[in-house]
Design a protein around this ligand. Sequence first.
Ligand code: ADP
Ligand code: MG
Length: 314
Amino acid sequence: ATPTAVMVATGIGANHGVLVKGGDALERAQNVNYVVFDKTGTLTQGKAVVTTAKVFSGMDLGDFLTLVASAEASSEHPLAKAVLDYAFHFHFFGKLPSSKDGIEQRKDEVLSKWLLEAEDFSAVPGKGVQCSIDGKHVLVGNRTLVTENGVTIPPEAESFLVDLESNAKTGILVAYDGEFVGLMGITDPLKREAAVVVEGLKKLGVHPVMLTGDNWRTAEAVAKEVGIEDVRAGVMPAGKADVVRSLQKDGSVVAMVGDGINDSPALAAADVGMAIGGGTDIAIEAADYVLVRNNLEDVITAIDLSRKTFSRIR
Ligand code: ADP
Ligand code: MG
């Protein structure tokens, strides 16, 4: 393709909200064999909502929600936001005079007065958070986080969790002072176009892969809904780039689509990194493409544009 053709294609892309950083990336997209999708915020809407909260100890449900929200208050994870929202609504919805009160607008202020102080907070990447509340150690996160801290999950909680996960929900487990307390189920719906795009890629001869830090059961359930057979789950943030590199080993050309800080090493390692617009700045910096519309159809637009520009119709 001539420099003019590349310039024209770049312009066409931009008009569709597909921003490409340079002619090399534009050229590489035509040969993509794999498209690796991050799950949360990429295939899904990234709007996590709590659907269930269940206590398996003697703790009152309201106290449980206060505890979890207090632990998650310093986290920037999308799951943390869902937990705070749920706790907020549980405690305040309907209890205050009326919507005139502007409680929804004053949410952060209300929350800050009511949450317990969490000391020694730390995020455990790919697993959850931990802190100390009233001098007691608190863990909020996935199975790995609680079990590796020596907390036993009671069988009835385990079967409740398995049920949630089989229904594509992410379970958040909570331990207080070394004892399992309860769990929450969180749903994050698929983007409307996700399944159509996966199908479209297969028709183009491209192999779709799902890559996530979430657990196997949830990942498999979401993958099934969206039509992806190749799932890499329970991948720690540092491992995402390794998955990309392992796919490249046989000379395959790999595109990675992601939105999070966690995804940026994988976006950089991929032959074609595509960041979701509205995603983290670090992801956008690491990528070759920015899909401004936050619409997965633009993954296909990008491949199409490259194939047409470089005349490799297959
Ligand atoms: P993803 O690859 O889907 O973006 P992450 O690597 O961020 O996932 O997290 C992996 C898993 O770790 C989550 O599915 C969740 O179970 C757990 N986790 C991470 N951060 C938190 C948090 N702040 N609160 C609860 N659970 C968390
Ligand atoms: Mg993500």
